[in-house]
Design a protein. Structure first.
Length: 750
């Protein structure tokens, strides 16, 4: 395939889509036909003007530099006639268009190219091959502009121009077989029309999402529809999208004069609201517009609902945060000038994601890229695929809790899906990441003095801080211990010699104790006085990490959890955690006897809290706790996405503690069912489709009773623990329990 790259010499000055085409005639009855295609840029194939397949945004976003560009293979047996026109559209996409902040473009290549091979097998067994070569033609197309960040212009009046073509384009990228889940169109949403106080005409699709807007319209030839996109309205109800930063997200449709259907092919937008900047008809025909949701295919496997509508909305927002950000790679957000595979965000949310949907294949692909981009010295960068030009360096920076995606994601995928291959594929990367940390710190067994993102966007260092108050050294050293522990666990599963890592782990724990724990344990935390946070050691996130990552003894946990509860009180009964502490805080509490405080945080409605954004009308997860402040003003345009899934990691607590489904042996082979009912939830209905079948944990308050209905699928052993005094080890089957609330020993549950 590599020798069939073709391009147009105009490519590097062109930012629209090109149409390469060739007419072919077939010489007999076709028994099968396969088409292999790839592009530097994004492509779509049309045979006789019909789109081939249902995938969009092919060939996908991979580590172009280190692993290569994917090609896709299509069975086109039924697409072919005797005479055929094969057309391949190509647009700049991730490879050639804008990617990364500060207006970076052409990071991977300065021009678009395509390559394809059609293999036709006739009924008589003969085969014929057609490849992209000098016999093809290339034209400009009606897509006169297309860019993932900036938007798309489709001009139905455009007269295609024949361009020059050159063959044997010298493309440095390897072609690799497609891996992962296809990206396709999913839900289709309708809009209602608003007129804002400023008089703007705005479509409201009622759901923040990722995809594009299609339009059916008939109007005067050459007249235009221009669309701008936004996620929220401002405090006065006017259109707002300053938080997109340099990403323009503008879509323009130019009408042919006949009945037209428009839909972007090579850009996507993150939005709920669409402003009609130009619209040519006297009356706005809202029904002509549809929002088409686009994401990677993923089978839904987890479901959670309860008797509290706000928590249900939170869960809905978690699901939509994932749909919006699993578009071929796990992105931070889908709208502004990022949409990048930030490793920290991916790590933080992967367990919830993998319980909501089956993301095994999705992460097989991304982890392949992560492995290929690991540096010689073991470093794992901030984004994958790497995005040169994001900083003055060649790549995004290495940071604790971001780079630890290399250990946490393989281990989590193994836990969820139970396949050792996930670990064997990634074990080398896991070890090399730990070896890198080991060599990076100023002290042998701690990671000190590195640069880190820290407890990103925590509010305990003041509203304007990005990094939170927790010591970045403490976070880095805690994750050093955690990643080492995961290497040991993975090595045990794979039967590897991990004695070196066992010894390393003991040394890290010892050094961590000397550097941090002794100080923390001897600190008399009095919340009636101003707290000295000891350089970021006395914070909620510090306590959470120590508890959740087992960095102290069981006996010491009582004091640490006590400190955590005090720090929550000190912060007005609320969280002060960011990206690092938030995913673990409820677990740190409920694992250590304070499920009452965990629920208090879950039900809190003041910022920082999950329900604050729900009360403000969120339909996806927000990046910043107070992205919209109490008075309706915005936190900042600089870092204020309304579709960032990281804090959606709380979904794992809903499945694992509120419903109580815990994995004891990888792939749900052994589980504990240990629900923690709370009257404010009323009931919980929760199920996970495991490879053994559906696992169900439902409970419900009914008068003075709590009723539990549990289903364990065949092949799974379960430890059912209903309150501390009742434990039952069991196999598959349906179990029903009724408890009198008055009998409950644990009064905190009422
Ligand atoms: C992204 C984050 C990411 C971070 C690194 C941001 O710009 O949106 O989600 O993890 O940079 O701290």
């Amino acid at each position: 395939m590599e020798k069939y790259w073709i391009k147009s010499p105009i490519d590097n000055q062109y930012s629209g889509a090109l149409r390469f085409e060739k007419n072919i005639s077939l010489n007999g009855l076709v028994s099968s036909a396969n088409l292999l295609v790839s592009a530097v840029g994004l492509y779509e194939v049309l045979i006789n003007e019909q789109k081939v397949g249902d995938r969009v945004f092919t060939p996908g976003f991979t580590s172009y530099n280190k692993r290569g560009i994917q090609y896709q293979e299509y069975d086109v047996t039924n697409n072919l006639s005797v005479l055929n026109t094969i057309a391949i559209m190509v647009a700049p996409g991730w490879a050639v268009g804008h990617i990364g902040y500060a207006g970076n473009e052409k990071i991977y290549a300065d021009h678009m190219s395509i390559c394809a091979k059609l293999i036709v097998t006739y009924d008589d067994g003969n085969t014929e091959e057609f490849v992209t070569d000098s016999s093809w033609s290339v034209y400009t197309s009606e897509i006169t502009f297309a860019d993932i960040y900036q938007g798309e212009t489709i001009d139905k009046t455009h007269n295609p121009q024949l361009l020059g073509l050159s063959v044997n384009d010298d493309i440095k990228y390897k072609l690799i077989k497609d891996l992962g889940e296809p990206v396709c169109e999913h839900e289709i949403l309708t809009a209602k029309l608003l007129t804002t106080p400023k008089g703007e005409k705005v479509l409201d699709f009622s759901q923040n999402m990722t995809g594009y807007v299609s339009l059916k319209i008939k109007g005067k030839k050459g007249s235009r529809v221009k669309l701008s996109f936004g996620e929220v309205l401002d405090k006065d109800g006017n259109f707002y999208n300053e938080n997109y930063r340099t990403s323009k997200n503008e879509v323009m449709y130019i009408l042919s004069g006949e009945e037209d259907y428009f839909k972007p092919k090579f850009s996507f937008q993150g939005f709920r609201y669409v402003r009609l900047d130009e619209y040519p008809l006297d009356e706005i025909k809202v029904d002509g517009f549809r929002a088409i949701v686009v994401h990677s295919n993923m089978d839904r496997i987890g479901n959670f609902s309860c008797g509290n509508e706000k928590i249900n909305q939170l869960y809905h927002n978690i699901i939509w945060g994932q749909k919006s950000n699993y578009l071929d790679i796990p992105t931070d957000c889908p709208q502004r000038d990022e949409r990048l595979g930030w490793t920290g965000d991916a790590q933080v949310f992967c367990r919830t994601a993998g319980t909501n949907f089956n993301v095994r294949k999705f992460f097989d692909k991304w982890l392949s890229d992560l492995r290929s981009e690991q540096a010689e010295n073991g470093e794992i960068y901030g984004t994958c695929p790497e995005t040169k030009g994001m900083t003055s360096r060649e790549h995004t920076r290495t940071s604790a809790a971001w780079g630890d995606a290399a250990t946490i994601i393989p281990w989590t995928m193994y836990q969820l899906y139970g396949d050792k291959k996930i670990l064997s594929d990634n074990f080398d990367m896991m070890c090399r990441w730990v070896d890198y940390i080991h060599s990076a710190g100023d002290k042998e067994f701690l990671w000190l003095n590195g640069w880190h993102y820290g407890d990103w966007l925590a509010l305990d260092a003041g509203e304007d801080s990005y990094q939170g108050a927790t010591s970045t050294d403490l976070i880095a050293s805690a994750f050093f211990a955690y990643s080492t522990q995961l290497v040991i666990s993975a090595g045990e599963v794979l039967g590897k010699d991990i004695s070196k890592y066992r010894e390393l782990y003991q040394n890290i724990i010892k050094a961590f104790r000397e550097e941090y724990l002794n100080d923390i344990l001897s600190y008399d935390l009095d919340i009636n006085q101003e707290i000295d946070i000891l350089g970021g050691r006395i914070t909620q996130t510090a306590m959470v990490l120590i508890l959740k990552l087992n960095l102290c003894t069981e006996v010491e946990k009582a004091l640490i959890v006590d400190n955590l509860v005090k720090l929550i009180d000190y912060f007005g009964g609320k969280m002060s955690t960011g990206f690092v502490g938030t995913p673990y805080i409820l677990h740190a509490l409920s694992n250590n006897g304070r499920v009452d405080v965990a629920y208090k945080l879950l039900f809190n409605e003041e910022s920082p809290s999950w329900l604050y954004s729900v009360n403000k009308g969120a339909t996806t997860m927000w990046e910043h706790w107070n992205g919209i402040k109490e008075d309706g003003s915005f936190w900042s345009a600089d870092m204020n996405s309304f579709n960032h899934y990281a804090y959606g990691a709380v979904g794992d607590w809903l499945y694992g503690v509120a419903a109580g489904i815990k994995i004891d042996e990888a792939g749900y082979k052994k589980v504990s069912i240990e629900p923690k009912p709370d009257r404010r939830l009323g009931y919980v209905k929760c199920s996970v489709e495991t490879s053994y079948g559906e696992l169900v944990s439902n409970w419900e308050y009914s008068g003075e009773k709590i009723i539990f209905d549990i289903t364990i699928p065949k092949g799974v052993t379960a430890n059912i623990k209903l309150f501390d005094e009742h434990t039952q080890e069991t196999g598959s089957g349906y179990y029903h329990f009724e408890w009198n609330c008055q009998d409950l020993v644990d009064t905190k549950l009422s």
